[in-house]
Design a protein around this ligand. Structure first.
Ligand code: ZN
Length: 259
């Protein structure tokens, strides 16, 4: 209709008219998480208007997020798992519409480090974002979840000391996440940030290490980033960008610590 708004209009529970390629929406930054900006300002309903695939955490770190095929799952440290309430806020999440532009099969067992190297070698450039999806059979999967945080908030590297680590064996599932370029360090992880969700949708979390027996690897290129910064007092007053950002992100995502 002439004069009508061309912007796709859709709300919670409704399908968007388009599924744009190459666009990532992110709420807040890794650097804000390092400094304890844990209170969510973007709801799951808002987040899912920007994509059907992604990862994140929940308000006060209470649960690991996996967005897969348009559904947002919340896995908590107490072992409870299920679809997230659309009104639940997230302090850090990234989503995209996943298309699976690159599609590879792996038939030999490979661990997490090996898979990262294989994907790195496949990618046409390391300067872009990539959404990474791995569906397969995992001989071994180590995941972690963080317990809910309370004020005064610890810095993330200290909060990780209270993590709950789980080891799963012989299960089917999906690794969901992103590879972010080094020049985006601080906004994102600069490297891989991967979560896992079992096919039964009840096991998973932040993926530390795994052995993939065989599976399908799909990757999308991301070249647009829509970044929403929190307008909270915590974010305004946080000392963002201090310290060893690269080292702390590596420690909190790959399972290390300062000690
Ligand atoms: Zn994570």
């Amino acid at each position: 209709m002439p004069g009508s708004d061309p912007t796709p209009q859709h709300g919670p529970g409704q399908e968007p008219r388009t599924r744009p390629r190459g666009r990532i929406f992110q709420a807040s930054t890794m650097t804000a998480m390092l400094e304890g900006v844990y209170e969510g300002t973007t709801t799951i309903a808002e987040l899912c208007r920007h994509g059907d695939f992604g990862i994140g955490t929940f308000d006060r770190l209470d649960g690991e997020m996996i967005v897969l095929d348009g559904r947002c799952y919340r896995l908590r440290a107490d072992g409870t798992a299920g679809e997230a309430d659309p009104s639940a806020p997230t302090p850090l999440a990234a989503v995209t519409y996943f298309h699976g532009e690159y599609d590879w099969r792996l038939t030999e067992p490979i661990d997490a480090a090996g898979l990262r190297t294989v994907i790195d070698n496949w990618l046409p450039s390391h300067n872009l974002f990539y959404a990474v999806r791995v569906d397969g059979h995992f001989d071994h999967m180590v995941t972690r979840m963080l317990p809910e945080q309370h004020r005064p908030y610890s810095r993330l590297i200290d909060a990780v000391a209270g993590q709950v680590v789980s080891t799963h064996t012989d299960l089917q599932g999906t690794v969901v996440g992103f590879r972010s370029p080094t020049h985006m360090l601080g906004v994102a992880a600069a490297g891989y940030h991967l979560h896992f969700l079992s096919n039964c949708r009840t096991r998973g979390g932040h993926a530390y290490d795994f052995v993939l027996r065989s599976g399908r690897v799909r990757v999308d290129v991301g070249y647009e980033l829509l970044l929403r910064l929190p307008c909270t007092q915590d974010f305004r007053s946080a000392q963002l960008g201090r310290g060893d950002i690269a080292g702390e992100i590596e420690a909190v995502l790959q399972g290390g610590s300062r000690t």
